[in-house]
Write a protein that binds this ligand. Structure first.
Ligand SMILES: Nc1nc2c(ncn2[C@@H]2O[C@H](COP(=O)(O)OP(=O)(O)O)[C@@H](O)[C@H]2O)c(=O)[nH]1
Ligand SMILES: [Mg+2]
Length: 262
């Protein structure tokens, strides 16, 4: 995939040892953890996991946090019988942000990432994102950075762009895809910032905002977001749910701006 990267701030001058002309080795994670939250993803989960194992260089663990999917997504994961996969089946609880948070708690990698398991986000972008951790704390897969594209229905693209524009105005820092939900970061980020595990995808905007407020560096890596071809969207199965989710995003932007956690 041809990918360019969009900078949110100039990269620090790393890569050259001040005392010699020998280049420093680029930072590489010893272990990368990728977290997948799943609810009724039986048609996508295996392709997503296999894509991650194919793409991510070096040691990798995949953590699947499934909320007891009625379609038994967790059973397919179990059947893969791969010791690089950690499966967490949560019973009697649901929620996207809390699922990712549980995955973070269970993860061991010095690079940690998370993404959707519906094949809208390409696993083969992960190595590019991991590479950017050599000079950034957080690398975000971006649908709206230059060179990116969002292939969904125009109404969803419009709504997403409006929410991102609003988030950009209220929260600042020039981030184009504030609610991306596709990310890889250095584990050290969690020494400074915790994910607030409430709500649906809107948690991500507050997370990125707090990262920047704490002085961490964030870059956006553009990619082509493909619309779902299998399974059903949990955030927009109907117009009413779609509007409700949108309202949740707007509210969370305002809450994030007001609470400004230190
Ligand atoms: N564990 C867990 N995963 C969820 C839940 N809701 C959605 N997901 C997963 O979160 C990801 C994004 O959900 P999706 O339905 O694609 O929403 P959309 O991208 O906003 O249309 C997918 O991998 C879903 O399977 C939930 O309540 N619990
Ligand atoms: Mg999706």
């Amino acid at each position: 995939m041809a990918v360019s990267t969009a900078e949110l701030e100039p990269a620090p001058a790393t890569g050259v040892d001040a005392g010699s002309d020998r280049p420093e080795p680029r930072w590489r994670p010893a272990l990368t953890s990728i977290i997948l939250a799943t609810y009724n993803e039986r048609e996508n989960i295996c392709e997503t996991i296999n894509g991650i194992f194919r793409s991510v260089p070096g040691e990798v663990e995949v953590i699947v946090v499934d909320d007891d999917s009625p379609d038994q997504t967790w059973k397919l994961v179990e059947a893969l019988n791969d010791d690089r996969i950690k499966l967490i089946r949560r019973v009697s609880t649901r929620g996207l942000a809390s699922a990712f948070n549980r995955g973070i708690i269970e993860s061991r990698g010095d690079a940690v990432g998370w993404m959707d398991a519906d094949m809208c986000m390409p696993p083969d972008l992960l190595p590019v994102m991991i590479d950017r951790l050599a000079d950034h704390d957080v690398a975000v897969g971006s649908r709206y950075a230059p060179g990116a594209r969002d292939d969904r229905h125009w109404l969803r693209v419009l709504a997403s762009r409006c929410i991102n524009r609003f988030a950009g105005l209220v929260l600042g820092y020039g981030i184009r895809d504030y609610d991306s939900g596709f990310v890889v970061l250095r584990r050290t980020v969690f020494d400074r910032v915790s994910l607030i595990p409430t709500g649906y995808g809107a948690y991500f905007m507050e997370f990125l905002y707090t990262c920047r407020r704490k002085g961490l560096t964030v870059c956006e890596v553009p990619y082509v977001f493909r619309d779902r071809t299998r399974g059903v969207s949990k955030s927009a199965p109907s117009l009413l749910k779609f509007l409700w989710t949108g309202l949740g995003y707007v509210t969370r932007v305002l809450v994030a701006r007001l609470r400004r956690i230190d």
